[in-house]
Design a protein around this ligand. Sequence first.
Ligand SMILES: [Zn+2]
Length: 298
Amino acid sequence: MATQWHELGNGNFALTGGSNIGVIVREGRAVIVDAGLDKDAAKKALRAAEGTGAKVAALVITHGHADHFGGAGWLAQQAGIPVYAPPLEAVFAVQPLLEPLFLYSGAAPITELQGKFTLARQGVKSITPLETGPQEIAGIPLDIIPLPGHAPQQIGVGAGDTCYCGDGVFPDETLERHPILFCADMDAWLATLERFSTLHYTWYVPGHGEPLQDIASLAERNAARLREIRTWVWESLTTPQEAHDVLHDVAARYGVTFAAPQFFLLALTTIHAALTSLQIAGEAAVEIAENRMMWRRV
Ligand SMILES: [Zn+2]
């Protein structure tokens, strides 16, 4: 995918295309936000960051998905820099096999989950756990913003007037192309999306797509999609169903045809997240009936 270098002003930059990478430059030092899918993506980011005249001093990973940290192992080694990530997300970047493992219920993953979108080619040797809140990283003042939902401990990085959102919010193209957004925790993500309207940055850089200024309406379109998925999951339970059948129904609503098992499994996680949300709200319950794990309305 073609990459594009954006100068957002005040020392904030973004390299977009595929998975976006942020570059924050202050007084000759740079912090990179996310490392892209692989070594090639990370190499472009390193070159672009150094092109500003700054010395790259640290890497922050917003969440433990391979398309965002796949290049991190190489980047950390090449630039000799420390890597920071929220504790739960860091585990995935240190042990890349965990992502395909969890997508496959903890079992040795099928071949289809071993592509570099779900299995990074190189892990990061060591990561410093990142707490949320204002702090300095490599001497640069940043605000680490909790944006849980898409991933359990997803964070965003606030730098001056720019917020690097990771996958805390998806652009309209993604809503269009992947209607069943990958979601780990539906309630947490809905709360996160509501919080976007209380942030006051000039620029927002989502993990995919172009930088934008009006985040509140995009966040609302993401929230509307999640609420719609949740409703359609509930509607699918007119008769008790297994999660796989619920996914089949919801995919039909969106006219989605899964091209391969990995896409089915990614969407299944979102269905599980919706079912958990319904269980917590007392709207659905799960039970074993004739050795099937059946979900029903309450
Ligand atoms: Zn992600």
